[in-house]
Design a protein around this ligand. Sequence first.
Ligand code: ATP
Ligand code: MG
Length: 563
Amino acid sequence: MSTTEETPVVEKAANFIRNIVTDDLKNGKHKSIVTRFPPEPNGYLHIGHAKSICLNFGLARDFGGRCHLRFDDTNPAKEDIEYEDSIKENVKWLGFDWGEHMYYASNYFEKFYQYALVLIEKGLAYVDSSSADEIRAMRGTLNEAGKESPYRSRSVAENLDLFARMRAGEFEDGTQVLRLKIDMASPNINLRDPVIYRIKKVDHHRTGDAWCIYPMYDYAHCISDAIEGITHSICTLEFEDHRPLYDWVLDQLPVPCHPQQIEFARLNLNYTVMSKRKLLELVQEKLVDGWDDPRMPTLVGIRRRGFTSESIRAFCETIGVGKSDSLIDMSILEDAVREDLNVRAPRAMSVLRPLKVVIEGYPEGQTEEFEAANHPNNPDMGSRMVPFSGTVYIERDDFQEEPVKGFFRMAPGKEVRLRYAYIVKCESVVKDEKGEIVEVRCSYDPASRGGSAPDGRKIKGTIHWVSADHAVDAEVRLYDRLFSTPNPGGKNEPDYRTSLNPKSIEVLKGCKLEPSLASATIEDRFQFERLGYFCLDMKDSRPEAPVFNRTATLRDSWSEQKR
Ligand code: ATP
Ligand code: MG
């Protein structure tokens, strides 16, 4: 059996599940562990699923075990191959690999059926011909025991016959079900003769019309786990009350093993919704631009927004795994990507809302190049040459004709530093007929080449710029939280849709980017100096018409903004 020396040492933050696994390996209960991630292929994965993926695949990786990807496709009506492909792709993107171990619960349909026969033969399951309403009425309440169905005492032979005929398609949907015979008086409602098979004359996307009876989740899930030799079946807290049923089913059947179900708290994030139903509604009602809308909490959305898989894994590590429900602040997710990109994203200069600045006295037609560091703290990331000419763009926000107190950027008569280039001074402004400033004219100090004054005079403000002759034109999309309240559809909100943030996307056209960004690829991430972290939009960007998404601002300015 396994010895302590063989047990891998794990440096990750401890949590109660890691402790269970460590003990099970140490005391020889298991030689190695097998976990699984069991999505229903009826929607796209979201950040909550990422928590489960990181937990299950992370345990397998850290303890030298394996993790199965299992499509829990026992419900025929809702499943779709499109979802399956996306789920696989997302798990891989998160950095995990199921190797040979991809399974479908639908592959076990025959086994589920055979095990149901075992239960019937043991007198532990019966066919109930009551209607769904009658079954519901007989279930009882939390304080009141349920009533036994008049069909509960059917003989084994009769049950075997009826169940075979259910399979053969002799009955209509909803007319018969197979139920476990446990205890209608159990204080745990899940044990009051739960339904384990129903008739549904619907084709299944993998098994076609081979079946017209389908097993229920609580019955199929534990058996699937046992068939696959899962050691730790990790699920969210709402299944805690189902655990006695999970164990009951496996205790009655000649299954190869009896996995341990362990529950943990699901991830809840504020300022978003995570229920698949609501996400689907947002897509279907065109309240967002598809599943991969960069404002969605889906992994396809988050990825398109520019989040790295490293930052998602770090986020999941940060929030930890516990036993009590909690609400995680969106800023923790945003901080995770800032922290990652701050280290790895090269810097670049881009102007989102351009204001033209003409440098008077700068030799006509001259161009210079200035060396700019790609990262302020990491010389290994090298540098690039940024071209400068007599006309540049700066941010509109970086100019004030009548500067408010404490404004140290460009203003009439004031000196300001164009980063890496020269110290300039605003001499005049040009306005259009509506009185709007369309151009600023500056003088420059040729001796300040590189950005510092030779006489050491102090220049308080430094702003970024892009040379007009060299700029790359681009569209830039700025995102804000999809909802403007922390708990959309919660207290005092009639519907989650009414809490949609009308300013969750802002599309800026005619942005001016430094020319090095023309060669950006989909994998690249940048910090646009002073503006945030950006990446190319993987869907809409074209080489001749680049589109950048803002992944995150530089700081958590959200609470300030909204005040
Ligand atoms: P539904 O919305 O239909 O109830 P689901 O969110 O449970 O679906 P599944 O596809 O069944 O979606 O989920 C696959 C796995 O992901 C399950 O093991 C589930 O426990 C886990 N999971 C789902 N949502 C979260 C969440 N918010 N936090 C942590 N784990 C989650
Ligand atoms: Mg589910």
